[in-house]
Structures are given as C-alpha cells and as structure tokens.
Design a protein around this ligand. Structure first.
Ligand SMILES: Nc1ncnc2c1ncn2[C@@H]1O[C@H](COP(=O)(O)OP(=O)(O)OP(=O)(O)O)[C@@H](O)[C@H]1O
Length: 337
C-alpha cells in the first residue's frame, strides 16, 4: 500500500548539509497500522512528509496505492493526495471556522456537491463521537476533541491511507488512550491503512502491527511488533522497550544480591506468564527464585511480559536453571550493572 524505495532526503543551506533520510526502504501493507519510532532528529517527520510529498525526496521512489508519488505533476499530485489523509500533533484546525466548516470547507474546495458534503460531515462527526459539537469553534474544544475533529476531517475525504504525525504527543495519557482506540476503530471499520510516527513506545505497543525504528535518518530495525519486543537487537530499540518496563533495582541491593547468584530478566509473549516455569525451577534445582520486578503490557494482539528474578544458589545450579528456562521457551538475559 505504501512503499518507500531507497529514499534519501538532504536539506542543504549555504553553510550546512543535513541528511534527514538516508536510503530508507519500507513497505506498509494494506490494512495495517505501521509505526515509525525514533528519538528527536531521527528523521521521522521528514519520512512521513515525503509520503504525501509535503517534502520532496532527494533520491528514491515513493509509491502509494499503486501511484508513484515521486514525479507526479502538480495537478496529479493534488488528486493523489485526496487518497491520503493526515493528522498532526498541533491539529491544524481553522480557529475562525466552526467544527462543521473545518470539515466542510476542504470538501467544498475539491468540488463535492453540498448535499454530499453535509452527509459526510455528519457521518464522520458521528464516527468520532462529536455530532453535538458541529457548531462549536476549535477554541471551545479540549485537545482530544480537536484531534477528533482533525480525524473526522481526514476521514471525510474517504482516503485509503491515514498519516499520523505524532497525533497524541500533545495529549494527556487518558486522552491519548481514547485517540489510539479511535485510530484502531477507524483502521478496523474502514480498512484504512495507517502510517504513524511517534517517539512514544506506548503508541507502538498499543496499536501497531509492525514498527520501524529510526536513528540518524536510517531504519535500524523493522518487523512485527511482537518480534521486535522479543528479539530487539539495537540499543535504541531496547531503550524504547525498556521505557515500558521500569526496573528500579537500587544499585546497593543489586550489588549485594548478585554475589549470591545471577539476576536475570525473563521475557515472554502470549498468555504464559513465565511463572509456571519459574516454579518448576525452584522444584527441580537447588535455587531460590526471588522476583524483583515484573510487568505485563498488552500488545495489539498479545500480552508481553517481563520479570526480573534473582536466582540464589551455586553456579552449577543457577546455570542449569537458566538452561532449563531457555529450553522451556522463556527468553532469558543476564542483568549486569
Ligand atoms: N526544513 C529543514 N531544513 C533543514 N533541516 C531540516 C529540515 N527539516 C528537518 N531537518 C533536519 O533533518 C533531521 C531530521 O529531522 P526530522 O524533523 O525529520 O526528525 P524527527 O525524527 O521527526 O524529529 P522530531 O521528533 O524532533 O520532529 C534533523 O537533523 C533536522 O534538523
């Protein structure tokens, strides 16, 4: 549905040259929610803005729903953009227009008949749960409500693709949840493919099917969210995942217990919590298992959990315990300080 082939983007000014995208290739499949995560300056905004050609790539090709965006004439580009909705962190609403007009005006500009516009405005305001607010002005709405209007406006063009540029970054946690739920609903009910950029792992965890991690203009890791959670390679990806699993074991505690056996981190996907395997370890080997921290988060399709455990015992026994856990399919990492 969305394909980036060897896309690079360089910004040049008199004094400097910045490579914002460096040979990025991605393929977002029809109907999926695809996240791009990275720290500030990684190139996420540039990437998403290249998809609808708000930014022109210096090199490479971008294909959306079979249309090669790179190389379209201005008028063909306008046409192709009708199929690509976009929502922003700052909502981008017209302050002096009502909610109704914020949705209706862009439709009018594309020449849609009045009756059809009226039908679409009402339909999509209902989809986002704001049918009561048609006559309000953006200044009278909360941040979450403003983002809902922006979503209704994007949907009113009935696009195949929705681009989300940090859509929840300005919202509080509860409102973020409700907007993420709305994006999932839209994806499911209308089959809209969603490409989103974010710096919050929680967004990826909750709604994405696949994710790309960006650093210095490059995609450094990419795959199904479940696989990335279980087998992250890069330090940056691990840091993003760790942000969901605070493990504040005080250094003093860590130092004193690690003399009596290793501290290990167990991770598991799916409904097994890892606890049965740990209970078996305590039975089969001469070790005490002491859980130091544990947490489970719900990924879009499956739970993913982590536990930090101290294995108290002599080396032979703790090594055998780790081998046993691995054989049981639990991912085990030794925690070092
Ligand atoms: N119009 C521009 N002119 C010059 N440099 C730019 C321009 N837009 C982006 N850059 C540079 O390109 C790099 C990538 O920026 P980009 O905004 O894409 O990153 P980002 O991951 O979205 O970061 P943030 O989350 O802070 O927006 C940065 O070094 C940035 O300074």
């Amino acid at each position: 549905m969305i394909e980036l082939r060897h896309v690079s983007k360089t910004f040049t000014s008199k004094k400097t040259m910045v490579t914002a995208l460096d040979d990025v290739s991605l393929h977002v499949k029809k109907g999926e929610i695809y996240g791009v995560i990275g720290y500030s300056g990684a190139g996420k905004s540039t990437l998403i803005r290249c998809v609808n050609m708000l930014e022109k790539p210096s090199e490479g090709e971008i294909i959306v729903n079979g249309v090669t965006m790179t190389g379209l004439s201005q008028s063909k580009l306008r046409e192709a953009r009708q199929n690509i909705g976009m929502i922003f962190q700052g909502f981008n609403l017209l302050k002096t227009a009502t909610v109704y007009d914020n949705i209706a005006i862009p439709l009018k500009l594309t020449g849609i008949p009045k009756a059809e516009i009226d039908g679409r405005v009402k339909k999509y305001l209902e989809v986002v749960g704001l049918e009561q607010k048609a006559d309000s002005y953006p200044g009278q709405l909360s941040g979450g409500q403003k983002q809902r209007v922006a979503i209704a406006r994007a949907l009113s063009h009935e696009p195949d693709v929705l681009l989300s540029d940090e859509a929840t970054s300005a919202l509080d946690p509860e409102t973020t949840e409700s907007i993420l739920n709305l994006l999932m609903k839209i994806n499911k009910e209308f089959g809209i493919t969603i490409l989103l950029i974010t710096h919050e792992m929680h967004v990826v965890q909750k709604i994405c099917d696949r994710v790309a991690v960006m650093e210095n203009g490059k995609v450094i890791e990419e795959g199904n969210v479940i696989d990335i959670f279980s087998k992250a390679n890069s330090n940056t990806t691990k840091k993003f995942i760790n942000s969901l699993f605070p493990e504040d074991i005080p250094a003093e505690v860590f130092n004193s217990i690690s003399e009596q056996g290793p501290v290990i981190r167990l991770s598991f996907v799916g409904h097994s919590t890892g606890k049965p395997a740990l209970a078996e370890v305590a039975k089969k080997f001469d070790v005490y298992t002491n859980i130091l921290s544990g947490n489970i988060v719900q990924l879009k399709n499956e739970p993913y959990g982590r536990m930090v455990v101290h294995l108290q015992g002599i080396k032979d026994q703790t090594d055998a315990s780790i081998a046993y856990l691995e054989a049981e399919g639990v991912h085990v990492e030794r925690v070092n300080r």
